[in-house]
Design a protein around this ligand. Structure first.
Ligand code: HEC
Length: 209
């Protein structure tokens, strides 16, 4: 009987410690985080585009979390300042990503604002970046003999359009591009709430931000 009690107590304590460390403490740490002034909530269309991003597995190859310069050369790659928790207040769930087969997309809207470029690149990445191993997403487009009213015709590089046809972007492709264009976190980051008021730099010897 004594052994059973020890076993049950051990299990409850382990579960309690794990819940405190992985659920309760992180929740207390981030619950009061405010959106930075420069960050706008997503529009309906951007949210639909975000769902297309999830459905097509973009997150498996692209991260959305530039690192501090002490942890990697992300800013030297042109991916922007390191992200802070406030940058993600409207992201539910967040799409931080863990793989970087392709570049980090946290600031792709600032780096590449052109909708034409994004549409064409989604249709055939290798027409823009020779040797790219990003999959093509031709099923997000339709080909017709002539554009109808309201159709968004994609301006593809020469030779990519089948002769005598026009390539039309689907609503999913347009929504996805709006989401990509909205990924622009170039506003100044607000300092983390744990930074003491008046502190200008990190403590000596610690990583500088
Ligand atoms: C198999 C991995 C893979 C998947 C899945 C993938 N990509 Fe990519 N992506 C890449 C690679 C590699 C590059 C770099 C070469 C290029 O630009 O084509 C890239 C580049 C990009 C770029 C240009 C980035 C820059 O800095 O110029 C954008 C935008 C992009 N991808 C968006 C997407 C979207 C949206 C999806 C989902 C619909 C997606 N990717 C899915 C691998 C991937």
């Amino acid at each position: 009987m004594l052994n059973e009690i020890k076993l049950a107590t051990g299990a409850v304590v382990s579960l309690g410690v794990a819940t405190a460390a992985l659920v309760v403490l992180p929740y207390i740490q981030v619950k009061d985080i405010q959106a930075p002034a420069g960050l706008k909530p997503y529009t309906e269309q951007q949210l639909r585009g975000r769902a297309v991003y999830v459905a097509n597995g973009c997150v498996y190859c692209h991260s959305q979390q530039p690192r501090d310069r002490n942890y990697g050369p992300d800013s030297a790659r042109g991916w922007g300042r390191s992200s802070v928790p406030g940058d993600y207040v409207y992201d539910q769930p967040h799409l931080l990503g863990t793989m970087r087969t392709g570049p980090d997309l946290f600031n792709i809207g600032a780096r590449q604002p052109s909708a034409d470029w994004h549409l064409g690149h989604l249709y055939q990445p290798r027409a823009y970046v020779p040797g790219s191993n990003m999959p093509a997403y031709p099923f997000l487009f339709k080909q017709k003999s002539a554009a109808e009213e309201g159709d968004v015709v994609v301006q593809l590089p020469p030779g990519l359009n089948p002769p005598g046809r026009v390539t039309i972007a689907s609503q999913e492709a347009l929504d996805l591009v709006k989401y990509l264009q909205a990924m622009n976190h170039t506003y100044p980051a607000i300092a983390s709430t744990s930074t003491p008021v008046g502190a200008t730099s990190s403590p000596e010897g610690g990583p500088s931000k």
